[in-house]
Design a protein around this ligand. Structure first.
Ligand code: FMN
Ligand code: SF4
Length: 425
């Protein structure tokens, strides 16, 4: 059966002026606030837990469980931070929510604030998203003017304020604790964990950090209940996902499907297959940090958290990149590593030095100046970069490196033997 789009979060995409409050409301926007406010906050947390919603920012952590980690009875405010940094190469789903339906996100924020007893939400938006930040601010202004936000949010004796905080272009500020530091006005460098932000977060207070898509899913869960949400996806990967697909396909873009559909079917049925009638060489399934997959792995893999792990990679942020047969895998890895080397915040030696070393070694191989011993050296460096640093950026550079060498070693060897790139002509 062909893979099909399921329009849950993208239901209003394509409707004229869908960004405006009037159109959002005409299509059901803010209709779940009353129901949410009639529920006890703990009931909402339980409902989100039961729905199986997992964070859409990359790690796939269960959302309701994260909310339940907030300490009880503390005499401190709780903050909600929405992660709209979206700097992972190949990921472009969250900006589309803001461009098409910012009020769905605001509705999700109001409900989440009620569920976790927070009065202050921050949306941390990537610095380069100038237009999207304007769109967001316009929608927030409209929501304030309509009494949906402010002292009595939606008429309830419950204050909800939203502040948009623009980043300044650092990928690492998407990491939740660097994001907190950046909102606090400090240099955006990750903190050591524990303590986790749910306990000690923004301004040293309990803080929940969730991705845009995660929070935008909340109104649907309130409306349809946990079972209604579970109607989509699999037992462990419930719901729908906005997958972005780019690279060598005929129809790149963002497509919403339920989790658990065939990866091959998604590429062929929704993205129109590999372009120019070429053969598939490889797929990056979930943003640039996720291990590369071979066509054989893609053949049987499903787009859900478990199946992608079983096939040697990760669902990550759902940014799929398709590489056709003409791609030089060494050059492709070199491009990725340039990014991680540039974005390392420099706090940890294995990351600061390691990202530079692996970039230089792969660049040498691509330029025809590599040695066979470089390949094992790269694998050794990757092992030493992973799991030994303050945040996982270092591992995000190590994982693709290891997978490219393990799965496409012959191409690296060919560069070394020929003393040049065989794809360079
Ligand atoms: C280097 C790095 C960059 C990240 N960038 C983002 C990002 O742009 N957006 C995002 O939602 N999560 C990003 N994350 C994951 C966040 O740390 C965090 O897990 C996520 O925002 C939690 O939201 P979720 O549970 O709803 O997925 C990044 C993590 C790392 C290590
Ligand atoms: S792993 Fe890299 S980016 Fe993360 S804190 Fe350490 S040096 Fe900074």
């Amino acid at each position: 059966m062909a893979v099909q789009e399921v329009k849950v979060l993208s239901a209003k995409y394509g409707i004229k002026d869908s960004r405006t409050l009037a159109v959002a409301r005409a299509h059901g926007g803010y209709s779940q606030i009353e129901k949410a406010f009639s529920m006890e906050p703990a009931q909402i947390v339980e409902m989100v837990k039961a729905s199986g919603l997992r964070g859409r920012g990359g790690a796939g952590f269960p959302t309701g469980m994260k909310w339940s980690f907030l300490p009880k009875g503390l005499d401190k405010p709780t903050y909600l931070c929405i992660n709209s940094d979206e700097s992972e190469p190949a990921t472009f789903k969250d900006r589309q929510i803001i461009e098409n339906d910012p009020h769905m996100l605001i509705e999700g924020i109001i409900i989440t604030c009620w569920a976790i007893n927070s009065h202050d939400a921050y949306i941390y938006i990537r610095g380069e998203f100038v237009r999207q930040a304007e769109m967001l601010n316009t929608a927030i202004d409209e929501a304030y003017a309509a009494g949906l936000l402010g002292e009595k949010a939606c008429g309830k004796d419950f204050r909800v304020d939203i502040t948009v905080h623009r980043g300044a272009g650092a990928y690492v500020c998407g990491e939740e604790t660097a994001l907190i530091e950046s909102i606090e006005g400090k240099k955006g460098q990750p903190r050591s964990k524990p303590p986790f932000p749910a306990v000690v977060g923004l301004f040293q207070c309990p803080t929940i950090i969730n991705n845009v898509q995660t929070i935008a899913s909340v109104p649907y869960i309130i409306e349809h209940g946990a079972e209604g949400y579970r109607k989509f996806g699999t037992e462990k990967s419930a719901g729908t996902f906005l997958f972005g697909i780019s690279g060598h396909v005929n129809k790149p873009g963002v497509y919403e499907t339920e989790l658990g559909v065939s990866m091959k079917g998604f590429i062929e049925d929704l993205a129109g297959g590999v372009w120019k009638n070429r053969k598939l060489k490889a797929v990056i399934p979930g943003g640039s940090s996720t291990p590369i997959m071979t066509p054989k792995e893609v053949e049987t893999c499903m787009l859900d958290y478990e199946s992608i792990v079983e096939h040697g990679s990760m669902l990550g942020s759902g940014g799929i990149v398709v590489l056709d047969e003409t791609v030089c895998m060494v050059k492709s890895l070199k491009n990725l590593l340039y990014f991680y080397h540039h974005e390392s915040c420099g706090q940890c030696t294995p990351c600061r030095e390691g990202t530079g070393w692996i970039y230089k070694i792969v660049s040498n191989i691509e330029a025809g100046k590599g040695k066979m011993s470089d390949l094992d050296l790269l694998l050794e460096l990757a092992d030493n970069m992973e799991g030994k640093t303050v945040c996982v950026l270092s591992g995000a550079a190590a994982m693709p490196t290891r997978s490219y060498i393990q799965k496409f070693r012959h191409e690296f060897e060919e560069h070394i033997k020929l003393g040049k790139c065989p794809f360079a002509g």
